[in-house]
Design a protein around this ligand. Sequence first.
Ligand SMILES: *Cc1c(COP(=O)(O)O)cnc(C)c1O
Length: 379
Amino acid sequence: MLHCSASAAAATLVCANASKRAGLPSTPAGPGARPRRVTDAPLRLRLDGAALVHNWQALARRSGPAACGAAVKADGYGLGSREVVRRLSEAGCRDFFVANWAEAEAIADVTPAVSVLHGVREEDLAGARRWPQVRPVLNTERQIARWRDSGGGPCDVMVDTGMNRLGVRWDAPGAVFEGLEIETLVSHLACADEDHPMNAEQRVRFAAVAARVPARRYSLANSAGIFLGADYGFDLTRPGLALYGGVPCPAAEGVIRQVVYPEAQVLQRRRMRAGEAAGYNATYVAPADQELAVLNIGYADGYGRGFSDTGTVFAGDIACPVRGRVSMDLLIVDVSAADVVEGDWLTIDYALERAAAASGRSQYELLTGLGRRFDRVWR
Ligand SMILES: *Cc1c(COP(=O)(O)O)cnc(C)c1O
């Protein structure tokens, strides 16, 4: 009997709570919107569009006379490239970078200009001519020959200045570049997020290539590179991480604002007694009684096992520590200090520097790993 009335009371509470604290309005239909579903997902990414634009503007200011582009590869670092492109184009961004042609195709109708960083394979040639504002970043002599032999036209070229990743070597003979209509000559910094002698070395090598290979513009700096100083800016910068709230180096602290706020709904609230364990493999044992909430998020959503016993979730301003192992679809947190009931939405602490330290993963992985089960809700 007592049990009955307790659950009836709980049910009322959940109802009242649902109407009182129900979530944000569902995503408005826009170019980036997914087809409407009948049900809302029990987890969502709240995306701060004003912070995204603020970050781009801050990076554009720090780029000095150089134009500021945007790396939107990997679906806009997990946020959704179409919405990112739409918002940054509106703010004045004119140059976007993706990894491959499938990513270019996904945004071709909403972008002023796209560069495809991985260049052009044989398989890409047919599609590569379909959008006049999309061009390859040619990386190898074979790619260069392929582009020339298939008719040429405006292209970008990647020069490797010391990273030994993609690109024609910086000391390649001038003949390699002949006959190309190079829009942007590009190189990429290996250590921009550290104080490292290679930064200056790469800048000097890039300046030397720029002096002998004609192109309309020259571009070297990623997010961290923008903070290395004015002589790294050249004509165009290419931030990615910092646009999305990543803090690539100490100089960016206080400049870059958080954009991505994962939120998950409470499935169950329960009491754990002192001495009991929580989660797989019983890694956490309660020193005292505590109130737990079980949330609709797990490592399949990109909230990795590195957050086990180290992550934090917020109920309003109240920090709720993660207890035990992160499961595939579920997360257990201690809500002893918070007023939380089934159906409430809690915010995962995803300030990227802090989350990287807590989980042992890079800020890049934390963003690009965010899964497909989230509703992506811009505000
Ligand atoms: C990903 C990428 C960028 C952006 O780098 P961030 O560190 O995310 O700012 C810029 N240039 C190239 C070539 C890239 O691959």
